[in-house]
Design a protein around this ligand. Structure first.
Ligand SMILES: Nc1nc2c(ncn2[C@@H]2O[C@H](COP(=O)(O)OP(=O)(O)OP(=O)(O)O)[C@@H](O)[C@H]2O)c(=O)[nH]1
Ligand SMILES: [Mg+2]
Length: 345
């Protein structure tokens, strides 16, 4: 099933995660505004794209959108050439930077709404130690993500969890990889099939994956769901689907009480480990609200910054800037780039 998924990595964090995913045999391509960052990736040139005239975006989401808009036809052509037609795509990026954070939500919107692709997101929230700009970017980016109408599942990795980022990257890739191992555990006691995995991945909302050893308990699994590498659950008891590859004795009542109830469950037996995939979760609005509070708390400092930053903070709920000259429409490509980017710039 891995070959049916195309992974689009944007920006540096996206590139770091994507490189690990490529080593696990996923079909991955890389886009960046910084040539230097792309050069550090030891992958085939046909899988890398440097956005024309990109010099890095220095955490400026608007610059990222502007250069992506100008170069959109080439980006689109690169995606078609490097990944081709896939059943499903994931876009991988951090919310706190400029390039990945600025371009990914609009690209996801275009691919889903205008090109009818199925697209999910793998994204990263900044840690409390990150800068205020990273938090502002993350807040704006999550707001855009929450407005995406046709998006599939969204993995939200949280750098504020207990590990360092390299460890978080490795943990994520291990967990993500395990989702596609379901075929190894086919028995006459119940299977998870490809359609069910696709259903888990296609479901809109936050998705969480956690594992535990088979000599551990449901409590341990719950602890890992709540407190490993992903953003905290909203704790509203809502889950749409549960995928459960299990070797532990699963305590349904405890799960319902601590995590919530689901509409449907896809299950198999796994002698090596237990894996839970929770999809259709509410986005982590409480975590995002905390981020906003942190931004507002430091408002005074920000207000002494240059005028543009003041504007950004005063109007933090919306991205209202429209200081881009519309691009001439390229008839040949039949893509109206101005329309595609209209909501975002
Ligand atoms: N988990 C994780 N977080 C990362 C990684 N690299 C950077 N980050 C986080 O991502 C944010 C910075 O985003 P980057 O991905 O470097 O930014 P970018 O998309 O390249 O954008 P610009 O360089 O600003 O144009 C910060 O919050 C970092 O802590 C990584 O490999 N793993
Ligand atoms: Mg960068």
């Amino acid at each position: 099933m891995k070959d049916k998924i195309g992974i689009i990595c944007i920006g540096q964090a996206g590139g770091n995660l994507g490189f690990l995913l490529k080593n696990e045999n996923f079909d991955v391509c890389f886009i960046n505004s910084s040539k230097g960052d792309l050069d550090t990736l030891n992958v085939d040139d046909s899988k890398k794209y440097h956005i024309t005239n990109g010099l890095g975006c220095a955490k400026d989401r608007t610059t990222a959108k502007q250069i992506a808009k100008k170069d959109f036809c080439n980006i689109n052509e690169f995606l078609n050439k490097s990944l081709g037609e896939k059943d499903f795509y994931y876009i991988v990026f951090s919310t706190g930077g400029g390039t990945g954070s600025g371009i990914s939500p609009v690209l996801a919107d275009i691919l889903t709404t205008h090109f009818n692709k199925k697209v999910g997101l793998i994204t990263i929230l900044p840690s409390n130690k990150d800068t205020l700009q990273a938090h502002i970017n993350a807040y704006e980016c999550v707001q855009e993500i929450s407005n995406l109408k046709n998006i599939c599942s969204t993995f939200i990795i949280d750098n504020n969890q207990k590990y360092n980022i390299l460890h978080i990257n490795e943990k994520f890739v291990k967990l993500f990889n395990k989702i596609f191992d379901y075929k190894k555990y086919e028995t006459n006691k119940g299977n998870i099939d490809e359609a069910e995995v696709l259903k888990l991945l296609e479901t809109r909302g936050m998705i969480n994956v956690a594992t535990c050893e088979n000599n551990e308990t449901t409590s341990k699994l719950i602890e890992n769901i709540k407190n490993d590498i992903f953003a905290p659950l909203e704790n509203d008891g809502k889950i749409k689907y549960l995928g459960l590859s299990k070797g532990i004795k699963f305590d349904e009542d405890l799960f319902n009480k601590e995590i919530g109830k689901y509409l449907d469950k896809f299950e198999n037996t796994n002698k090596e480990y237990t894996l839970a995939i929770l999809s259709g979760l509410t986005l982590p609005f409480k975590r995002v609200k905390d981020m906003k509070d942190k931004i507002v708390e430091e408002k005074e400092i920000i207000l002494s910054f240059e005028k543009q930053n003041q504007k950004q903070l005063e109007d933090i709920d919306f991205l209202t800037k429209k200081d881009v000259i519309d691009e001439p429409n390229t008839e040949k490509e039949k893509i109206n780039v101005n329309d595609l980017f209209a909501q975002y710039l």
